[in-house]
Design a protein around this ligand. Sequence first.
Ligand code: AMP
Length: 282
Amino acid sequence: MQTINQVVKLRQIVKNQGDGKVGFVPTMGNLHQGHISLVKLAKQQCDQVVVSIFVNRKQFNQKEDFQHYPRTLAEDINKLQQAGVDIVFYPDENAVYPAGVEQSTSVNEPVLTDVLCGASRQGHFEGVTTVVCKLLNMVQPDRLYLGEKDYQQYLVIRKMVADLFIPCQVIPVGTCREKDGLAMSSRNNYLSETERQKAPVLYRTLVHLAEQLSSNSKAFDNLIADAKTTLKAEGFILDYLECRHNTTLQLWQAGEPLNDYRLFVAAFLGSARLIDNIPLEP
Ligand code: AMP
């Protein structure tokens, strides 16, 4: 495995490895099994796997703590070595934003980014699309692997890739969960022990709501309201709990079949902002 922090060197090495398919997994580090599940699929489908580790200041807004985002480069490199990754790319901010973060050209997807996390985290998705566009231009992979845990992010990046004719296939990977159902996330580290025990209620509430909606969609408004009440009673500060179309992110309207829709939730538990989503089955 090679570890590289310069774009020129990265390009040389990727090129020198021949014509095989290159798979790319962008991350912000502090790696867990969720990240590794992306790497595993990339390894199955590609000849060479590149993983980037870059904590992107541009996607954090002022309230969020960019400075305190967990940085565990040595452990991450170890995990990636064990997972059989070919190249770890860990550029510094100057390499990614040579003109400066504020001065850089940026990429904005205007349709899918004003709802859900886009509504509550101003500028977040512009930060994400900008950095992923830059990283795709640096790595030039054939396939890009993204987690469905961040489902809106997956849709936004997929649309950016299509809109900008970036020659790369975008591949979604299902959410990796702890045994109790909690979606794995670097942000779970912010939970206290008591909060960690409460946290799986988020997923359990989604699953219960999905089951109820499948058998009784006429009671939609009441069922959503009940689920919100449950989460609040358990100590979550709710950002959103919504049912939206799984490609357009339009809100579900009464009378439509539910099977093209997903449930999306975001809520604070203490200082941790947790997100999750699940598809609705027919
Ligand atoms: P991050 O380091 O949080 O920016 O995540 C890097 C990539 O890993 C993104 O595509 C995430 O959607 C994905 N990812 C994070 N957590 C999980 C998870 N629990 N299951 C699957 N993919 C995940």
